[in-house]
Ligand binder design. Structure first.
Ligand code: ADP
Ligand code: MG
Length: 601
C-alpha cells in the first residue's frame, strides 16, 4: 500500500483489488488462457508467470497465430504484445532442430533484450530451447557463439541482424515465424531497408506477425508486400493493462509543481517512480530540481545516447535510482517492475500518450499508481483522457509539508521496535539520563527534538522542497537561480555547456576549470551533471577574464561556455520563473486548499 491512493471516497471502479500472494490463489483456479489452446509447456509457463487471463491483444492475436495466420496487431505499449506473439512463436518452434526458427526484430537494444528475456521466461519449461538477443554496441563474439550453439529464437535489432547475416553467422532459411515488434518505431529509426532485406531473406512460407502502436502508410506497405491475407487485430487504449493502475489527478498551478512533485515523491511508498514531462528542457530542469531537493533522480529524453539510457534504466532496475524524469519518447517500452508510481508533471496532449505513460507502472500484474498534475484551466484535457480511457479519475490532493514530515517520522518510528530489540543502547541511555538530569528539558520535549533532527527538518514547511509553500527566499538572496543545488555559503553557481551527453565527468570538469581559471581544486565545490549541461559551484566569483578563459576550455571536445547560473535556459519561460524571488516571497500565493494527504488521513 502506498500513501498515494486516490481520495478514499472515490474508489476507482476500474481497479478491483488484484489478488496478491500465493495464499490467495485458488488451487485449481480457472485461467482465461485455457481457452487459447496453447501447448502444455507454454500453458504452464503462463501460470508460472502469474498471468491469470489473457490481455485483449493476446486474446485476439494468439488463436490466429496458432492457426498459422499472419497477424497485424495495433496496440499501445503495455498491452501485453510480447506474449501475444511470443507464445505462438514458441509453439511454432521445434526444439529438437538447432536452427533459427523464430526471429523477432525490435527497434532498440533495450527492447530486444526485454523481449528476449520475456520469451525465455515463456520457454522456461521447454527443454532444449535457446533464445538469444543480438544488438549493436556489444561484441560479436558471444552472440556468434550463442548462434553457433544453435539458438532457435533470435531477437535482435535490424542493424545487428543484418550484420550477422552478412557475416553468415545468422541464417534465416529455417525461419518459420518472424515478428516485427514496435514496427512504427523501427521505421522511424530508419530501419525500413534493413527490415525489408531481412524479411526477403527469410522463407516465403514463414509466418509474419507485425505489431505497431500506429499504422503509417510505410507499415501498410510492408504488410502488403510481406504478408499473406493477414488478420487484423487492434485494441483500444482503454482495454489495455493499465486498469491495474490506480489513477488520480491533482490541480496544481504550474509554478507549484516542482514542490508538489517533491512532496508526492517524499510520501510515496513506491520503490521507484517515473515523472513524465513534455520536453527535453523540462526533463533536465525537473530532474535538476529533484536532485536539489535531495532525491536520487536522473532525466532522460529522446536524444540521450542509448548507452546512457541503458545505464540509467539499469540503475532504476537495481534500485540505485529512485526517480526518472523522462519525455514520452525516452520512456517508450520501458519495463521496470520497481516503478510503482507515475507522475504526469503535465497533462499529456494525447490520450494515447497518457495510456503509454501510466503503463510504465502496474507492470507484470503488480499494482501501480499514477497521478496527473493539471492546471486550473486544464479540465478539458482531463475530460479528453477520461473519455478516451472510459473511466473517471479521482481527484487527489498533493501532500502538504506536514504530510511529508509526518510520513518521514512515521517511517522512522516504524523501525523503532526492531532497533530497540537489537539493544546495545546502554551508552545512549546513560547520556540521555545525564542530559535529562540537568533539568533543562522534559523527556517528551527531548524526544520531539531528536525526532526533528532525525527527520532532518526544522518543523514542517522548512525544508527546501517546501519552498514554494513557505516563500523561503532562495539561495541567500542572490537573485533568481537555476535548477542546481543551492550553493554553500561563499560559493557561486555556474552553468557550463557540457553534460552527460558529451561524456563530461567531474574530474575532467575540475581539470578544465582549475587549469584554465587558475583556481585551486578546493575552490571547486559541488558539480551536478545533467544531460546537456552541468552546474558547478565555485568559491567566490569568477572574473570576466577567468570566465573567458574557462569558457574556451574543452571537455569531451566541447567548449565549457561557462556562465553564472541564472536558471534553466538562461532564465527563460517555464518553471524557472517559479524561482522569481518576488513571487516566492508572496506568502499569500499558496495552494493551501490542496493541503491534505493522499489516501490515509
Ligand atoms: P507491450 O509489448 O505491449 O508493451 P509487454 O508484453 O511488455 O507489453 O507486457 C507488459 C507487461 O504486462 C509485462 O510486464 C508483462 O509481464 C505483463 N503481462 C503481459 N500479459 C499479461 C497477462 N495476460 N496478465 C498479466 N500480466 C501480463
Ligand atoms: Mg513490447
Amino acid at each position: 500500500m502506498t500513501d498515494l491512493a486516490p481520495a478514499p471516497d472515490t474508489a476507482d471502479p476500474q481497479s478491483p483489488d488484484t489478488p496478491t500472494g500465493p495464499a490467495e490463489a485458488a488451487p485449481a483456479a480457472r485461467n482465461g488462457f485455457d481457452a487459447l489452446d496453447l501447448p502444455e509447456a507454454l500453458r504452464s509457463a503462463v501460470d508460472a508467470l502469474g498471468f491469470t487471463s489473457p490481455s485483449p491483444i493476446q486474446e485476439q492475436a494468439i488463436p490466429s497465430l496458432l492457426e498459422g495466420r499472419d497477424v497485424i496487431g495495433v496496440a499501445q505499449t503495455g498491452t501485453g504484445k510480447t506474449a501475444a506473439f511470443g507464445l505462438p512463436l514458441l509453439a511454432a518452434v521445434d526444439p529438437s532442430v538447432r536452427e533459427v526458427q523464430g526471429l523477432v526484430l525490435a527497434p532498440t537494444r533495450e527492447l530486444a533484450m526485454q523481449v528476449a528475456e520475456a520469451i525465455s521466461s515463456f520457454a522456461a519449461s521447454v527443454g532444449g530451447l535457446d533464445v538469444i538477443a543480438v544488438y549493436g554496441g556489444s561484441p560479436y563474439g558471444p552472440q556468434e557463439r550463442a548462434l553457433s550453439r544453435g539458438a532457435q529464437v533470435v531477437v535482435g535489432t535490424p542493424g545487428r541482424v543484418m550484420d550477422h547475416m552478412r557475416r553468415a553467422t545468422l541464417k534465416l532459411d529455417m525461419v518459420r515465424f518472424a515478428v516485427l515488434d514496435e514496427a512504427d518505431e523501427m521505421l522511424r529509426m530508419g530501419f525500413a531497408e534493413d527490415v525489408e532485406e531481412i524479411l526477403s531473406h527469410s522463407p516465403a512460407a514463414r509466418q509474419l506477425a507485425l505489431f505497431s502502436a500506429t499504422m503509417p502508410p510505410a507499415i501498410r506497405r510492408v504488410a502488403t508486400e510481406h504478408m499473406k491475407d493477414p488478420v487484423r487485430v487492434s485494441v483500444s487504449p482503454q482495454s489495455s493493462t493499465v486498469s491495474s493502475v490506480k489513477q488520480s489527478y491533482a490541480v496544481v498551478p504550474f509554478r507549484h509543481r516542482t514542490g508538489a512533485l517533491a512532496r508526492v515523491l517524499a510520501t510515496t511508498e513506491a520503490k521507484a517512480a517515473i515523472v513524465f514531462v513534455r520536453t527535453r528542457a523540462a526533463a533536465e530542469e525537473v530532474g535538476a530540481a529533484l536532485i536539489e531537493r535531495g532525491l536520487i533522480a536522473a532525466s532522460i529524453s529522446g536524444d540521450v545516447a542509448q548507452k546512457d539510457r541503458e545505464r540509467i534504466v539499469g540503475r532504476l532496475r537495481d534500485g540505485s535510482l529512485q526517480v526518472l524524469v523522462a519525455t514520452d519518447v525516452a520512456a517508450r517500452g520501458l519495463d521496470v517492475d520497481r516503478i510503482g508510481l507515475v507522475v504526469n508533471f503535465d497533462v499529456p496532449r494525447e490520450p494515447e500518450a497518457y495510456v503509454h505513460r501510466i503503463g510504465r507502472t502496474g507492470r507484470a500484474g503488480r499494482s501501480g499508481e499514477a497521478i496527473t498534475f493539471i492546471g486550473p484551466h486544464e479540465r478539458r484535457a482531463l475530460k479528453n483522457i477520461e473519455r478516451a480511457t472510459k473511466q473517471t479519475l479521482a481527484e487527489a490532493e498533493v501532500p502538504s509539508p506536514r504530510d511529508v514530515s509526518r510520513h518521514r517520522l512515521r517511517t522512522v518510528l516504524a523501525q523503532v521496535p526492531e532497533r530497540a530489540q537489537r539493544g546495545r543502547l546502554e551508552l545512549y541511555r546513560e547520556l540521555i539520563a545525564e542530559f535529562l538530569a540537568e533539568g533543562t528539558m522534559e523527556a517528551s520535549e527531548l524526544a520531539a527534538v531528536l525526532a526533528a533532527m532525525t527527520v532532518g527538518d526544522d518543523g514542517p514547511g522548512t525544508r527546501p522542497e517546501d519552498e514554494e509553500f513557505t516563500g523561503a527566499t532562495l539561495a541567500g538572496g542572490q537573485g533568481p537561480r537555476g535548477g542546481g543545488p543551492k550553493p554553500e555559503h561563499g560559493y557561486t553557481s555556474y552553468r557550463i555547456g557540457v553534460g552527460h551527453s558529451h561524456g563530461a565527468r567531474p574530474p575532467s570538469i575540475v581539470g578544465a576549470i582549475t587549469g584554465e581559471g587558475g583556481l585551486d581544486g578546493k575552490d571547486v565545490g559541488k558539480i551536478s551533471i545533467f544531460g546537456n549541461f552541468a552546474l558547478v559551484q565555485i568559491r567566490g566569483e569568477l572574473t570576466e577574464d577567468q570566465l573567458a578563459r574557462i569558457g574556451r576550455a574543452r571537455v569531451g571536445g566541447r567548449a565549457l561556455r561557462i556562465a553564472p547560473d541564472t536558471g534553466p535556459r538562461g532564465g527563460g519561460k517555464g518553471p524557472a520563473q517559479r524561482r522569481d524571488g518576488d513571487r516566492s516571497r508572496r506568502r499569500g500565493d499558496r495552494v493551501d486548499a490542496k493541503r491534505k494527504s493522499f489516501g490515509r488521513p
